[in-house]
Design a protein around this ligand. Sequence first.
Ligand code: ADP
Ligand code: ASP
Ligand code: MG
Length: 407
Amino acid sequence: MLIVQKFGGTSVGDSSRIKNVARRVVEQYRKGNQMVVVVSAMGDSTDDLIDLSRQITDNPSPREMDMLLSTGEQVSIALLAMAIKNLGVEAISLTGPQAGIKTDIYYSKARVTAVDNTRMRAEIAKGKILIVAGFQGLNEFGDITTLGRGGSDTTAVVLAAALQADLCEIFTDVDGVYTTDPRVVPEACKLDTITYDEMLELAHLGAAVLHPRAVECAKLYNIPLHVRSSFNNHPGTIVKEEIDMEKSMVITGVTYTKNVAKLGIFGVPDQPGIAYMVFKTLADNNISVDMIVQSSMRDGVNDISFTVAQDDLRKSLETIEEIIKVVGAQGYTHDADVAMVSVVGAGMNSNPGVAAMMFGALADTDINIDMISTSDIKISCIVKNSEAEQAVKTLHTKFALDSVGQN
Ligand code: ADP
Ligand code: ASP
Ligand code: MG
């Protein structure tokens, strides 16, 4: 079998953990498997590199930022390759570019566009274990790009697709995917299985356990993912197309993100084409907009509110400055002190009243809802930043998730 395994930052956090990963990988190799291992930067080293850049400038060049951040993974691949060789097995570390990972041009959130697997195939054929740096690739200018925070998961899935792997395992510091972040709600329960669509929503809406694009790619190529702990051998969570039986759970998970900011443009002329112009300009600047609310018209003008990732706030504000001049709006506001809390579940489709239950639970806890958005399988609310964790706990209990593990 060809197995792709990915180990996250905590799993390679120090030298003894790297040796532990080496042992796990070699164990699989000695069973006759071909092994491709993707690793993240050690511990918090990506955060440390970001801090370091902030000591130099608060507006670094995106190209240099990616050059800097990609070094974290380069440390861990070299150390893991050494640890594996120490166990008597041939291994070779490869950066993203050396592994043939090509991306688009957008620094800090590049998308993988192609993988040239020639080098990887050749090294595997020599009997070597491949250790590939997660979270990075090469753009058409020949420069290093990074795939967005948490992007090593995506590297793993992309390689599993490019090498037609038989198995893709994501090793992390929790036992699998839980009904909510187990570090925020200790009562959270591990799920045995979850569908791609539910996992995609959870990941997009803040569940850090998997990078959203990893899930997108796994769904596209129909690669089941096994999310499990690097510290034990417990079975984790399988992310796949369909779950085995009809689930009784209406809500599968609760999640939140603080990486959100709310923007408002007020006094926008009520004419056809204005919304197009506003959101086309944001899209042209590669800014993803999430919730959008347009208020009802008064005196021939509207207010439009929307949310963006907080990482995109600075760029969004610069873009809005331009937009309001062009469309003749009266002004704009922004609020970064917000969070988005969401409930996700394929079962909500056929169960009326989920939204009412969510709003009721938040009201009972005196949490005010600022904006709401829904899809077939999720409901999200914007609340005050300081109330996010409380909202998650309240909803987790309200939707009876505290007890799913006991079923
Ligand atoms: P890694 O470095 O292994 O990629 P991450 O920190 O990126 O690890 O992701 C794992 C973390 O995700 C967990 O430690 C946990 O706190 C957090 N998390 C958030 N939501 C969930 C969830 N629904 N299930 C499991 N973990 C979650
Ligand atoms: N090291 C990167 C990060 O911290 C990528 C990853 O861990 O997946 O975001
Ligand atoms: Mg991660």
